[in-house]
Design a protein around this ligand. Structure first.
Ligand SMILES: Cc1cc2nc3c(=O)[nH]c(=O)nc-3n(C[C@H](O)[C@H](O)[C@H](O)COP(=O)(O)OP(=O)(O)OC[C@H]3O[C@@H](n4cnc5c(N)ncnc54)[C@H](O)[C@@H]3O)c2cc1C
Length: 396
């Protein structure tokens, strides 16, 4: 049976659901979301789960419960987009034609790009909060460590909420300090940047905590290989490559657009990450006027995060609605992104910035990078509620 939808959304994650809900609220008819997973995850809670500050059941809901009323859910996996013929192909071969397509299937975790990491991740001493199935393992490893070496790594290149690699390091140190064992643990935080984050104000606050916890900050350094049998990593940085043994390894893998998306004609020529080539302001494709993208899979220069796509969803919905009514896309996304840095299991601050890592604070009268209790409460308790109740309903 031939299928056609006026608006077809690929991916029912944070971006796809919040956009579809907003469009539906604005009376756009005939919207369908293609989504293979029966579960929907609120990924920012994974950091808290890894530190024992949240349970997985708080981060997951059945997809059927969050699908907006009046939006059709197509339970399938997209394997190709043919923008010249306005067709999307599903894994079973079904073809769906569209008036407009919004591409937001998120990021792919490229474990294979680091030697030994695919094997390491299922070995006893290695974990990653970036896999829903492993966040609870992280917490078990943190609780089980009372001496030795703990290594936390952040990858170079695009990543969702890149600072999440650091959040777990600070929260684990806080736990170990409370448990009275922090001084027995040699903690290394491996970052690709020349400073902890890349914004002077943020760096100063992070480095204050790094000193307080006695963490060794390895700047301009990347994880080159993991040898799970020996519980060792190879780090590549400014000096000679060197091996370091570990008792706990928390890895954030390199990330890119899904392979099937890379193979379409939607990415810009030469974009090895494979992201959809959109105008970064309007979020409309530069070459195909009925193709749009937002969220982690969009080829925008902002730091990828749920906070960034919340702004993008409003812009894209406005522009798509205008075009559907025969108008022009006038709304512009300004490159805003945010990273909530949890500095302990009870304090945090929000780094808010634009594509040039210039501060973009929501509350300019507050010093942005300052450890606060209420910002942790926002991140841990308030945002999940805002997510389920407002963002996924296209209301925030
Ligand atoms: C550990 C961690 C901590 C984070 N912390 C924060 C934070 O504190 N603040 C913040 O703002 N952001 C945070 N983020 C980032 C945030 O979760 C992402 O930026 C956001 O989820 C991106 O939304 P998205 O819809 O683009 O992708 P996703 O939410 O990943 O959704 C993509 C969807 O597409 C579906 N899909 C995949 N392939 C296909 C296909 N072939 N066909 C159809 N559908 C497909 C997937 O099943 C999924 O449902 C964090 C992420 C992680 C992993």
């Amino acid at each position: 049976m031939a299928m056609h939808h006026q608006v077809l959304v690929i991916g029912g994650g944070n971006a796809g659901i919040s956009l579809a809900a907003r469009l539906r609220r604005w009376k756009v008819d005939d919207i369908a979301v293609v989504e293979p997973s029966s579960q929907h995850y609120f990924q920012p809670l994974f950091s808290h789960i890894g530190a024992g500050a949240a349970r997985m059941r708080e981060a997951v809901r059945p997809q059927v419960d969050i699908m907006p009323a009046g939006v059709e859910w197509i339970r399938g996996r997209v394997v190709d987009i043919l923008p010249e013929s306005n067709v999307v192909v599903l894994s079973g071969g079904a073809r769906i034609s569209y008036g407009h397509v919004v591409v937001c299937p998120g990021l792919q975790l490229d474990w294979h790009r680091i030697d030994g990491l695919t094997e390491a991740i299922s070995s006893p001493a290695c974990s990653s909060n970036y896999d829903a199935a492993l966040a609870t393992k992280t917490w078990e490893l943190v609780q089980g460590l009372s001496s030795g070496t703990a290594i936390f790594t952040q990858p170079a290149g695009p990543a969702k909420c890149a600072g999440a690699a650091q959040k777990i390091a600070y929260m684990a140190c806080d736990y170990w300090r409370d448990a009275g064992v922090l001084q027995e643990i040699d903690v290394h935080l491996v970052v690709p940047t020349t400073t902890a984050f890349g914004m002077p104000e943020v760096d100063a606050e992070l480095e204050r905590k790094i000193d307080e916890y006695g963490i060794t900050l390895e700047t301009s350094t990347s994880l080159a290989a993991v040898y799970p049998e020996e519980q060792a990593v190879m780090l590549t940085g400014p000096g000679e490559d060197r091996q370091l043994r570990y008792n706990l390894l928390h890895v954030v893998p390199p990330q890119s657009a899904p392979d099937w998306l890379k193979a379409t004609t939607l990415p810009a020529a030469g974009d090895r990450g494979g992201f959809v080539e959109v105008d970064p302001g309007t979020l409309r494709h530069r070459r195909y006027s009925n193709v749009w993208s937002l969220g982690d899979a969009a080829g925008t220069a902002n730091s990828k995060s749920g906070g960034a796509l919340r702004k993008q969803a409003k812009v894209l919905a406005k522009n798509l609605r205008a075009v559907l009514r025969g108008g022009k896309p006038k709304a512009q996304y300004n490159g805003y992104s945010v990273c909530p840095f949890t500095l302990s299991r009870g304090t945090a601050f929000f780094a808010e910035f634009d594509t040039g890592y210039r501060p973009k604070p929501s509350y300019p009268f507050l010093k942005m990078a300052k450890e606060r209790r209420w910002q942790w409460i926002m991140d841990r308790h308030v945002f999940p509620q805002i997510y389920w109740r407002l963002i996924l309903k296209g209301r925030a």
